[in-house]
Design a protein around this ligand. Sequence first.
Ligand SMILES: [Zn+2]
Length: 318
Amino acid sequence: MTTLGTASAGPGEIDTGRLEVGETRDGTTVGLPCAVIEGASSGKTLYIQAASDGDELNGVGVVSRVVPRLDPADLSGTVLVVGIVNYHAFQIAEHRNPIDDTKMNRAYPGDDSGTSSERIAAATFDAATRADLILDLHQGSTSRMIDEVRVRCGRRHRLHDDCLELAKTFGCGYVLDQKGPEGQLARTGPDEGIPTIDPELGGCVGWDQDSIEAGVTGVFNVLRGYGFLPGSTGQEPQTRAKGFDQYGSPAGGLVRFEADLGDRVSAGDLLFEVTTPFGERKARVTANNNGVFWRTRRLPQVATGEYVCSVGTNVDAY
Ligand SMILES: [Zn+2]
C-alpha cells in the first residue's frame, strides 16, 4: 500500500485524495490534490508536481492528461503526483502565494512549522523525497518562452550527469543547464540524491496546448526511459544553454521583435526595435552574444529599463 495524503493505492490501483497543509483564513482545510498510481509490478518511484507557481497552469494540463492515461496494470513502480502545489496562488491565478507573498520555488526544502509557503514546500518535499526521480512542472510564467527543461543543481554537483540525463530523456529539445537560486526544488532534490528537473513548458496565460503536449510526451518519455512502462525512448540530442543574456528597453514605447522564439541569433543581430505609437523608431537593440532567442515579454508596451527578452547563451548540444 502506498499512501500520499488521503490517497492510498495497493498494487495495480490508483487513488486520488488531498495532501493536507493547514487551513485557509476561514478555517477550511487546505488540501493539495494528489494522486497515487501504484503499478502492478514493483519498480522505481516517480514524483510529479505542478503549479508550484500559481499562474503556471500548463503543468496542471499535463497532469490532467497523464493520470487518466496511466494504467496501473501496465506500470512497474509508483507514480506520486501533487497536481496543484501553490494552493492559495492558484485560486487567484497569481504567481506568488498571497498569504506570505512568497515564490514557492524559493522555499524548498521548506519548514513544517514555518510560513504558509514553507509548510507547503515541506509537505511536498516530503513526498518528493520518497521518489527516485522528481519532475517539477513549470513554465515561463505568463511571458512567451520556448519549451525547455532546466537542470538547476549546478555543473559541479555529483548528480549533474543524472539530472542532465533525465532532462535529455524528457526531451523538450532545449535544456538550460545553470545552477538555480537557493530554495528551488530542482536544486534541493539533487542534494538529497534524487535526480530532479524543472521542465519549463512554454509560457502563456491559461493553457497552451502545444506546450502541454510537449509535457505529456516528456512524462511518458521518462516513464518509458526509466522502466516504469514498457518500450524505450529514442533520445534526441538537446540544445543546451548555460546562461542567459537579458535585454531591457533603452526607451519607452512599443516593442517589435525581429527574432522569433527558438531562432539562432548571432552577436550584432537585431533583436527588437522600440517605436512611438506612430511607428517612429526610438531604439534598436542587437544581440551582445551568439545564442538562442529564448523568452520575451508578452505585452508590447515597455518603459525605459523594463524587461524585453532573453537570449540563451553559451550554447552547445549533448
Ligand atoms: Zn515557475
